[in-house]
Design a protein around this ligand. Structure first.
Ligand code: HMG
Ligand code: MG
Length: 300
């Protein structure tokens, strides 16, 4: 296990990937409170919201208000999701400093998610990346459906490599590899990561697992062993993708933080405070947490 990193950067995606899938409208103030609490828990990269079409994701129609309302702390990054130039311009109106663009390794999923083929979506991002470069805005890239697609089934690793390589070549500083429907298992995750790492440096890769089949922590561990040091997760295990039926939440940040702390890998997260935040969020959403750690740490 010599490749294990000494520290891991957690990219907290609960406020975006988590909330985008909630059916009932969550008050803007609750979203702002969530992000501010997450910063107090020690998270240093907090995906805040998404400037996608409000017709497609009504829950995040208040993206500008959320971004403007959060307490932007020194040393904390607040990236937002952007699907096209219109989203980029909306984000810049509220002085966003970091964005994430997203495509998929499977054609059918990309069509359902952003109404474009993979190549069309990459072409759409070219001018966004160009403008971001000119504006000094950092850009992260996501590749979805890296270990399976709800429409196509298996996804060839070569397709993942191609999209990750393109996003990196276009100027994304980091590529997050997303098992959107949570079907992956450790050796498949490891093989996929190693294949991508032939074209994109490991230091520019992140992993993003959903926990549909309970494999997320095992998959993360396999990828850490290969040297990945950036992990996406969502407090309380919220989330899913509205265009990936059957997919459950992201791996819970509490569970990742607990595992890493137990392995002596630094994250900067205050686990007790994070469990409190997860509990507060679960109450606000009217549901029980899917974090095993939060449940184990619940007061008797
Ligand atoms: P479209 O309908 O093809 O867009 O949607 P269009 O360009 O034809 O425009 C239609 C209308 O939307 C126009 O308005 C545009 O102005 C407006 P109208 O003239 O009809 O009044 N519009 C916008 N409005 C606000 N902000 C915008 C915007 N763009 C167009 N940015 C589009 C194409 C990409 C916009 C749409 O499909 C979309 O927003 N999709 C986003 C879906 C989404 O957010 N999915 C979840 C995120 S991805 C994910 O969860 C995976 C990830 O977590 C990783 C993983 O888990 O693996 C990242
Ligand atoms: Mg996701």
């Amino acid at each position: 296990m010599s490749n294990l990193p000494e520290s891991v950067r957690i990219v907290e995606v609960g406020a975006r990937d988590g909330l985008q899938n909630e059916k009932t409208v969550i008050p803007t103030a609750t979203k702002i409170e969530l992000i501010d609490q997450l910063a107090s828990c020690g998270l240093r990269t907090i995906e805040a919201t998404s400037f996608v079409s409000p017709k497609w994701i009504p829950q995040l129609a208040d993206a500008a208000e959320v971004y403007q309302g959060i307490d932007k702390r020194d040393g904390v990054r607040y990236p937002v999701l952007v699907p096209n130039m219109k989203g980029y311009q909306r984000s810049r109106q509220v002085q966003v400093r970091e964005i994430a663009v997203f495509s998929a390794a499977s054609e059918a999923f990309n069509r359902k998610n952003i109404n474009a083929s993979i190549d069309e979506s990459l072409e759409r991002f070219e001018p966004v990346l160009e403008q971001a470069r000119a504006d000094g805005v950092r850009v992260r890239g996501y590749v979805s459906t890296v270990l399976g697609c709800p429409y196509q089934g298996d996804v060839p690793v070569a397709d993942v490599v191609r999209v990750a390589e393109r996003l990196h070549a276009m100027g994304c500083y980091e590529i997050s590899l997303g098992d959107t429907i949570g079907v992956g298992t450790p050796e498949k995750a490891r093989a996929m990561l190693l294949a991508v790492a032939q074209s994109v440096p490991m230091s520019a890769l992140a992993v993003h697992f959903h926990d549909t089949y309970g494999q997320a922590l095992a998959n993360i561990l396999a990828c850490l062993e290969e040297g990945v040091a950036v992990v996406d997760s969502a407090v309380s295990g919220t989330g899913g993708c509205p265009y990936a039926h059957g997919a459950t939440g992201n791996v819970a940040t509490e569970d990742v933080a607990y595992m890493l702390a137990g392995m002596g890998i630094a994250t900067g997260i205050d686990l007790d405070a994070l469990v409190q935040t997860g509990r507060w969020l679960s109450e606000a959403l009217g549901r029980t947490t899917s974090s095993r750690v939060a449940r184990a740490m619940a007061p008797a």
